[in-house]
Design a protein around this ligand. Structure first.
Ligand code: SAM
Length: 221
């Protein structure tokens, strides 16, 4: 099995199951044109986030790691008219591209994009009484995953769904001796989630346009 085959299969899935979507295509093109890294979720994964949000009837969503707003478009589109997505981004340049993409998607009113280190913004959200969120998508700097899980729990309620991306990393996460800060951050997240009686958790390995990776799925009890 090869990365090419996984990517071709992803194309097939998207072609057959997802409606053609010029807005999303344009968001990716604008992100690439602005020089943003191609590290957004895939279309199939974005649609999965969208469906999760709709399946739980999410009205308030928190995303940590906006990039160019690609996953934010999938998530915000799942919200009802009075719903809100709060999305956190450190890089002003990424945020600028995301704002333009969200505006083109007609979603500016539903999205509250905060620029700054997420670890500084999260306590502010709590102080403002922004929680609890129904769905929380963690997809920023992986070494901070343990801190993000901590804040996700503070900003959640029983029934909140927490999804954390990139928790397999081509299997590198198996290496308990790894000095890779991303791997260490993910392993710590697994340890914390597995030991926390407030959470029912799993992780699913994935292959596709984004290679071999996976996401963790945590339900707050
Ligand atoms: N969720 C996006 C999507 O699928 O379209 C992709 C997010 S990308 C994997 C990670 C983003 O997190 C980058 O834009 C990066 O600048 C941002 N980031 C990195 N460190 C951060 C931090 N400390 N606080 C907030 N955002 C951060």
């Amino acid at each position: 099995m090869s990365a090419t085959l996984w990517a071709e299969m992803d194309d097939y899935i998207v072609e057959r199951l997802l409606p053609a979507d010029p807005v999303l295509d344009e968001a990716l093109a604008a992100s690439a044109k602005a020089g943003l890294p191609a590290i957004s979720v895939s279309a199939a994964q974005g649609q999965m986030l969208h469906l999760f949000a709709r399946m739980i009837g999410a009205r308030r969503i928190l995303e940590i790691g906006t990039l160019g707003g690609y996953s934010a478009i999938f998530l915000a589109r799942a919200l009802p008219a009075d719903g809100k997505l709060v999305t956190l981004e450190f890089e002003p340049r990424h945020a600028e591209v995301a704002r333009a993409n969200l505006a083109r998607a007609g979603l500016s009113d539903k999205v509250d994009l905060r620029v700054g280190r997420a670890i500084d913004t999260l306590p502010k959200l709590e102080a403002e009484g922004q929680g609890p969120f129904d769905l929380i998508f963690i997809d920023a700097d992986k070494p901070s995953n343990p801190d993000y899980l901590h804040w996700a729990l503070r900003l959640s309620r029983p029934g909140t769904v927490i999804i954390c991306d990139n928790v397999v990393r081509s299997g590198k996460v198996l290496d308990s001796e790894s000095s890779d800060a991303n791997v260490i951050g993910v392993r710590r997240l697994f340890d914390l989630a597995g030991a926390d009686p407030r959470l029912s958790s799993t992780a699913v390995q994935t292959v596709g346009a984004k290679g071999y990776d996976g996401f963790a799925l945590l339900l707050v009890e």
